[in-house]
Design a protein around this ligand. Structure first.
Ligand code: PLP
Length: 368
């Protein structure tokens, strides 16, 4: 059991200044990049806002892919800074189609920046990241990827794909703390960021981070670092590295396959096809006769985590959470049991035995 005496969190020593660089490098390794990695002392949405704020300027033309509220916010931040933003909004709650991206790029030849989210916890979808980054790179377009949810749940090969800016957070699939985040920045992205009118003396200024940390030998971070967050991040990195990133991704893939197989066997309807499904949460569509709030009020099973979808198009969706420490057989079984019990309570026929059997079957296949 975790130690619930929170007074242990008081009076802790400062995080050693010479360890920030190694934390950044370890995060870079998980992201598959040798680019500069900046540490942001705030949750990941702040890192995303810092990227948009630091890049935005009048005359910049961006294609912003919207598959959840995070994408909407990103486009708004770019616009706030005077940029021209073309929002490509996918069908509500669905992944974007790479062909639609190609058409939007063809129709907007002046675009120099493209932004998208890799995998969405809000709706349980996975965007075709590699196809889209390839399209952008062929046109010399700078790519920005929100990999906050996906890191650890899906393979993220920043350098192999050539992603210019990738933003991550430790608190989703990596099972770490929520109070800090990180981003990788390619040399090409630095050329976009380095300009006289770039924001300075701001918590959202990436140039401040560069000048006050990267360019000064990567010792003390600007501001007052929270040792609690950094010790927790270090522990999360230790745990991930001990398991290996490859295995962490496999564990999420297994939880995804087991959940999807279990839901299908139970008689539930999955929201997206396999190739378009995230490995973080699985979304199921509620039968139209069932009221979602009533359904969710009956989800109480120990170890289960069911929640409503978030954002437009998700009004009929239920998310079964198998992210991070929850990507395991026990959580998958608990989720499925809770789902079935809530269907029972609504007099909706379903077969829990078949569902549980399907889950166990997936986990029984020997590990490769
Ligand atoms: C969770 C999440 C964020 C925001 O992260 P916070 O740490 O909650 O600010 C951004 N983008 C995506 C895709 C996310 O899943």
């Amino acid at each position: 059991m975790p130690n619930r005496d929170w007074s242990h969190l008081l009076d802790i020593p400062t995080f050693p200044a010479d360890r920030y660089a190694s934390v950044a490098e370890r995060l870079g390794a998980l992201m598959g990049t040798r680019n500069d990695v900046l540490l942001i002392q705030a949750e990941a949405v702040v890192a995303l806002e810092a990227v948009a704020t630091s890049l935005a300027r009048p005359g910049l033309s961006a294609l912003n892919i919207v598959t959840s509220p995070y994408g909407t916010w990103f486009g708004n931040w770019l616009q706030r800074g005077g940029s021209d933003v073309v929002n490509l909004t996918a069908e509500a709650g669905r992944p974007v189609d790479a062909q639609a991206v190609q058409a939007a790029l063809d129709a907007n030849p002046g675009v120099t920046v493209l932004a998208l989210v890799h995998a969405e916890s809000a709706s349980g979808i996975l965007n075709p990241l590699e196809d889209i980054v390839t399209l952008a790179r062929a046109r010399g377009i700078l790519t920005i990827v929100d990999a906050v949810a996906s890191i650890g749940g899906h393979a993220l090969a920043v350098d192999r794909l050539g992603i210019d800016i990738a933003v991550i957070g430790p608190q989703k699939s990596l099972g770490g703390p929520a109070g800090l985040s990180a981003l990788s920045i390619s040399p090409k992205a630095w050329r976009h960021l380095q300009r006289d009118t770039a924001p300075r003396s701001s918590i959202l200024s990436l140039m401040d981070q560069k000048e006050q940390w990267l360019d000064t030998g990567r010792l003390a971070l600007p501001g007052t670092p929270s040792p609690l967050e950094f010790f927790a991040l270090q522990a999360a990195l230790d745990r991930i590295e001990a398991e290996s990133m490859e295995q962490v991704v496999k564990r999420h893939d297994l939880a995804k396959r087991a959940t999807r197989s279990g839901l299908s066997a139970l008689g539930a309807q999955l929201w997206v096809e396999d190739h378009a499904a995230s490995a973080l949460v699985t979304t199921a569509v509620l039968p139209s006769s069932i009221d979602r709030d009533t359904f969710l009020s009956r989800r109480v099973i120990a170890g289960a985590d069911l929640s409503p979808g978030v954002g437009p198009g998700t009004e009929r969706l239920i998310r079964l959470n198998h992210t991070g420490p929850r990507a395991n057989e026990e959580s998958v079984l608990a989720n499925l049991t809770a789902y079935s019990r809530a269907l029972d309570a609504a007099d909706q026929p379903n077969d829990l035995d078949q569902g549980l059997r399907a889950v166990v079957e997936i986990y029984r296949v020997p590990k490769s």
